[in-house]
Design a protein around this ligand. Structure first.
Ligand code: GLN
Ligand code: ZN
Length: 761
């Protein structure tokens, strides 16, 4: 019985690659320094997997930035604007594509399926010239081989690569990207030939797009591609990997009939229907790579349950053809539990990060081969049992309250237009009211104060005074700027999810549980391990303090349940919606306490609502229903005069606009400035939005300061499709990452643009 790992995190257990990259980009270290750190990381990962006993160890899953960009480099598909002149692609061209340079902007980045990882989108067209321009896959294979480790080189499959790309600038939007298959396959053939020469016996193609809803012309592209590669692949074993969801029966049929392919990999954590497909028929003599160890989460595998699944599969495909694997690359989980020295030991026993998952995969394979590590299995069974019965996981009161929410509706009784009237009587705002999204710049000093308070180095009193001073500065500034609805600036928050997670029960935090988000950027999601409740108010103290400093309305600032859920590692022992409802109830209490404390405007951010949209369209309605319901639960009990705002990042929500309306917020502020047209087109097409709406009037992601005219122009464009009395004027998102020297002039211009237009109405 063999074991296989789909892919492994590349950042290193302590984010070594991040620091090496950033130091190189800052010109503080050399290319050789960076290459050394990278090589050391690769070597240690390969050795670790070899020592654990893994048979099929992946190579070429390392990346200096992104595996899709690596494929673009392999294919020499460098967009013209980077003035690449041929030859092997080096750091300068590679990082220019990833991050832009002084004269050319970066390529677009977008989310990798439904993960929080972002890849660099290939830009292709009829004139793209392909050539074999990065030998990285072969180099890495040889590097491991030199250590005596025969790896499985991993390539992004040709069809997935094309399906993830977009037409280059100037190319028709309708350009059929799959027509480039014939142009890229010759490069793939060259790579395959070199890998064969170097001694590779297996090769892995990742084709995760096979789990998507594919059009009728897309599935045949897979058959065509692998038929075309068949002779190049002869003499090699080939595994085609799918992950992140079920494959449809049609995709399963196509996949398992591919020419030249000897094994198929499936995500059996998310793919419960795939399991049934396999049981009802699997091609004779082919290998099944059974992804039973979850690469998307941090929970220890239920080994006994996995053995049952694997045993059933073994009777379908045969003992020598079953390979135990991970559900997807482990790059979507944290790296190594060994560095979590402060984590509670009971909770720790329930967890497995990438390094521990490698050991689990191997233990499963050995157990199936009759060499069960009894001690390991019984420790695992004990941990599973303790997780099931631990009083820190279960809070019956919360369970009851949350399950009572299902099936019933929660909605404010008064329709939004009447609520807005009632609110306006109290708030007395001008037309085109101005506001900001919540955070103000976070200075080095501020971060220091928070850090020292956390480490008990400064007293509570000193901490409160420092934060109070910061809030007062931010309030004064907003009054000077003449902003209408103020914020306190969020100086006490390090992160919009962590801040709440730390105060809610049922959450745990890691010291090093980082997951790559894009390039050198990593996130450290909290772990939701138990029923969620709110022991005491979380934000009321600061919001009341801020409100006491001004006569203008001060927004209470909360993170919504769906965003907290989507940016955490979520428990896998109950459905996601159940956990979301629990968080909603906790936030509801906070909303009610803020209201009782005299806060009249409360913003509940749902920055990540769209992010949680399932990959398959058939699951969208169900998700949107419970997600939107959860949001409404948080504020269904407030008075008509209390104004509920929400905020969303990403402008890509035309497809979910009806769900956004169904959130029934009084005001929504949304990112917009990078794609004016997209959002406005919805309203142009006749969608009626009766609530307040503030499409961001300038891009806070850039240091650029927008002029008054430019902002006024934007506002006018919006007024062409939206009612004057629903439009708000605000930036795109929070100002946390900007400098005051950028924020002040930008906001001055924003307020004067609003005032200018008010005079013209
Ligand atoms: N209120 C948060 C802030 O202003 C919202 C951040 C976000 O949308 N990502 O920082
Ligand atoms: Zn935002």
């Amino acid at each position: 019985m063999a074991s296989h790992i789909v892919g492994y995190p590349r950042m290193g257990p302590k984010r070594e690659l991040k620091f090496a990259l950033e130091s190189f980009w800052d010109g503080k270290s050399s290319a050789e320094d960076l290459e050394k750190v990278a090589a050391d990381l690769r070597v240690s990962i390969w050795k670790q997997m070899a020592a654990a006993g893994i048979k099929y160890i992946p190579s070429n899953t390392f990346s200096y930035y992104d595996q899709v960009l690596d494929t673009t480099a392999m294919l020499g598909a460098v967009p013209e604007r980077y003035s690449w002149t041929g030859g092997e692609i080096g750091f300068s061209t590679y990082f220019s594509m990833a991050r832009g340079n002084a004269s050319v902007p970066a390529m677009e980045m977008t989310k990798w399926f439904d993960t929080n990882y972002h890849f660099i989108v290939p830009e292709l067209g009829p004139n793209t010239k392909f050539s074999y321009a990065s030998h990285k896959a072969v180099t890495e294979y040889k590097e491991a081989k030199a250590l005596g480790i025969d790896t499985v080189p991993v390539l992004i499959g040709p069809v997935t690569y094309l399906l993830l790309s977009k037409p280059a600038k100037g190319v028709e939007k309708t350009f059929p990207l799959l027509s480039l298959l014939d142009s890229i396959l010759p490069v793939y053939k060259e790579v395959i030939a070199e890998l064969k020469d170097a001694g590779a016996s297996w090769i892995q193609f990742d084709e995760p797009t096979l789990v998507m809803d594919l059009d009728s012309h897309q599935l045949p592209a897979f058959s065509k591609a692998y038929t075309e590669l068949e002779s190049a692949l002869s003499g090699l074993n080939v595994v085609v990997e799918t992950y992140f969801a079920d494959v449809t029966p049609e995709a399963y049929k196509t996949l398992t009939s591919l020419k030249g392919v000897t094994g198929f990999g499936f995500d059996l954590v998310r793919g419960t229907q795939t399991l049934e497909l396999i049981k009802s028929g699997f091609p004779a003599g082919k290998y099944l790579f059974a992804g039973v160890v979850d690469g998307r989460n941090i929970w220890a595998n239920d080994l006994a349950a996995s053995i049952t699944t694997l045993a059933a599969l073994e009777s379908v495909v045969g003992k020598d053809k079953l390979v135990v694997s991970t559900s997807c690359s482990l790059m979507h989980t944290a790296v190594d539990l060994i560095n979590e020295t402060k984590l509670d030991s009971e909770i720790k026993s329930w967890l497995a990060f990438a390094a521990q998952k490698v050991v689990e995969v191997n233990a499963l394979a050995k157990a199936l081969a009759g060499q069960k590590d009894e001690a390991f299995f019984s420790a695992n069974a004990a941990a599973q049992a303790s997780r099931r019965s631990s009083p820190r996981v279960t809070n019956e009161e919360v369970q009851k309250a949350a399950s009572a929410l299902r099936g019933s509706d929660h909605r404010r009784a008064t329709p939004v237009s009447a609520r807005l009237d009632a609110q306006q009587k109290k708030l007395n705002l001008p037309v085109l009211p101005t506001t900001t999204i919540g955070s103000f710049p976070q200075t080095v000093e501020l971060r220091r104060v928070r850090r020292e308070y956390k480490a008990n180095k400064i007293s509570e009193e000193n901490y409160v005074n420092a934060i109070k001073e910061e809030i007062s500065k931010v309030v004064k500034l907003q009054e000077e700027l003449d902003i209408d609805v103020l914020v306190h600036g969020e100086p006490e928050r390090n992160d919009m999810v962590e801040y709440f997670g730390e105060q809610l029960s049922g959450f745990a935090f890691t010291a090093n549980g980082w997951v790559q988000s894009y390039g050198s950027r990593c996130v450290k999601p909290p772990i939701i391990y138990g029923d969620v409740s709110r022991p005491k108010p979380m934000t009321v103290f600061w919001s009341q303090m801020a409100q006491s400093m001004t006569a203008r309305p001060m927004k209470g600032m909360l993170t919504g349940p769906v965003t907290i859920l989507n940016w955490s590692f979520v428990r896998n022992d109950q459905p996601r919606f159940e956990t979301c409802y629990q968080i909603a109830l906790a936030i509801k209490k906070e909303v009610e306490d803020l209201e009782a404390g005299g806060i009249q405007v409360i913003q509940i951010d749902e920055a990540a609502l769209r992010e949680g949209l399932p990959l398959r369209k058939s699951e969208h309605t169900f998700y949107l229903d419970w997600a939107v319901h959860s949001f409404r639960i948080t504020n269904c009990g407030v008075q008509d005069t209390t104004q509920i705002h929400t905020h969303m990042c990403y402008s890509n929500f035309n497809d979910i606009i009806h769900s956004i309306i169904n959130m029934d917020a009084d005001v929504i502020t949304i990112e917009n400035s990078r794609s004016d047209e997209k959002l406005l087109s919805v309203f142009r097409e006749g969608v009626v939005y009766g609530a307040g709406i503030g499409p961001g009037v300038y891009d806070i992601h850039s240091p650029r300061i927008p002029s008054t005219e430019e902002i006024a122009d934007r506002i006018n464009k919006m007024l062409a499709v939206l009612d004057t009395n629903v439009l708000w004027v605000n930036p795109d998102c929070g100002l946390k990452t900007r400098k005051y020297t950028e924020v002040k002039p930008a906001l001055i211009n924003m307020v004067s643009a609003a005032k200018l237009i008010r005079t013209q109405l």
